[in-house]
Write a protein that binds this ligand. Structure first.
Ligand code: KG4
Ligand code: ZN
Length: 356
């Protein structure tokens, strides 16, 4: 079965072709980053209009690369939500119109399910069950994943998502939009312990997280630096030190909470997905992740147990069509859900229930 996947939830237009026998045949992407950079953030109306312009050429590029035609497509999957209403509608209208013209089924896909399943696109795939840490610009969530469509929300950020905190912190340090990746590169040049920022909710005994206070702590530090230097400029080394301290604090919280999620569920595998999963510090920390499970015999010492951690290949970390084509193919395989023209800009992932 050949599935065409369409992603248009925010500022990336992604189109891909996934074949259930042969795997991913093609994936093409257009990022609107340069267009929105001028405004310092995503302008929803511009995003929608640009998606409309890109969808057909991206699809044709994929068909050409895969050496197939429109008539070979068996189903069209698209991101139904969550995301920007107008941007989602561009993808939904296109997917539904194309599927209607081809007389093929249309498969609505939850954007976060796309992220969550994206590590399964790699050669070395995680096996169910696993804990998924979804870290994107809009969400920071822990999910217990027992199979396709079987997701339980374990905990999430109560305010800003981790990616949002990266972007807002980058902005207040004067870095261009979207600053998350740039901040993380500058963090490489920062010195350890030059600044100390809080680890919010680190000891909250649950899997809730909060990142907005961390951003405020950075703001306070920046204002102090500016006042002390008597100017508006933040010295380069100081800025890099702040980047490092910020990134260290986020990583510490995500690592500690991931360990707790693994202990709470008893699962032995962790999957990290979403844009922030491209972060080098997180990848580094998670590659050495261990947990210490309580043993039945209280007198025995508890050995540290290595955890298998999976990241999607870098190209499928941030928004892309491949993850939507893949999630669509998995849903088609399980014979789930009929198509729908509507979009769901706000749509909790835990609302997806397993059917059939
Ligand atoms: O998953 P994604 O592409 O879009 C959403 O669904 O939100 O995630 C985008 C987020 C942005 O906040 C961006 O700053 C962040 O991922 N991001 C990073 C890095 N690359 C992208 N954050 C930290 N370090 C990175 N290397
Ligand atoms: Zn995303």
């Amino acid at each position: 079965m050949l599935v065409l996947g369409i992603e248009s939830s925010c500022d990336e237009t992604g189109v891909a072709l996934y074949d259930t026998e042969r795997g991913l045949l093609a994936h093409h992407l257009h990022t609107q980053m340069a267009m929105h950079a001028e405004y310092g953030g995503v302008v929803p109306e511009l995003a929608s209009r640009d998606h409309i312009r890109r969808l057909v050429p991206l699809t044709e590029g994929c068909l050409q690369e895969a050496g197939v035609g429109y008539g070979d497509i068996d189903a069209v999957a698209f991101t139904q939500g969550p995301g920007l209403g107008g941007a989602l509608l561009a993808g939904s209208s296109y997917a539904n119109a194309l599927a209607f013209a081809l007389d093929k089924p249309v498969i609505p896909v939850h954007h976060l399910e796309g992220h969550l399943l994206s590590p399964l696109l790699a050669d070395d795939k995680p096996e169910f069950p696993f804990v998924a840490l979804l870290v994107s610009g809009g969400h920071t969530q822990f999910m217990a994943v027992r199979g396709i469509g079987d997701y339980t929300l374990l905990g999430e950020s109560v305010d800003d998502a981790a990616g949002e905190a990266f972007d807002k912190t980058a902005k207040l340090l004067g870095l261009p939009y979207p600053g998350g990746a740039k901040l993380s590169e500058l963090a490489r040049l920062g010195r350890a312990d030059a600044f100390q920022f809080p680890r919010p909710m680190l000891h909250s005994h649950d899997l809730q997280m909060s990142f907005s206070g961390l951003k405020t702590a950075v703001l306070t530090a920046v204002e102090k630096v500016r006042a002390e230097s008597g100017g508006n400029e933040i010295p380069e080394q100081t800025r890099n030190d702040i980047c490092r301290a910020f990134q260290d604090a986020v990583a510490d919280v995500l690592v500690a909470k991931s360990k707790k999620a693994l202990l709470d569920t008893g699962f032995r595998t962790l999957v990290v997905a979403g844009g922030v999963g491209a972060n080098w510090k997180l990848r580094d920390e998670f590659s050495r992740l261990t947990v210490q499970r309580p043993s039945a015999n209280k007198k025995q010492s508890h050995p540290e147990e290595a955890v298998k951690v999976y990241f999607p290949p870098l190209a499928y970390c941030t928004d892309n069509g491949a993850m939507i084509a893949f999630a669509g193919a998995m849903r088609l395989h399980n014979r789930q859900e009929a198509g729908a023209f509507n979009v769901k800009p706000r749509w909790p992932l835990a609302d997806i229930v397993q059917q059939g």
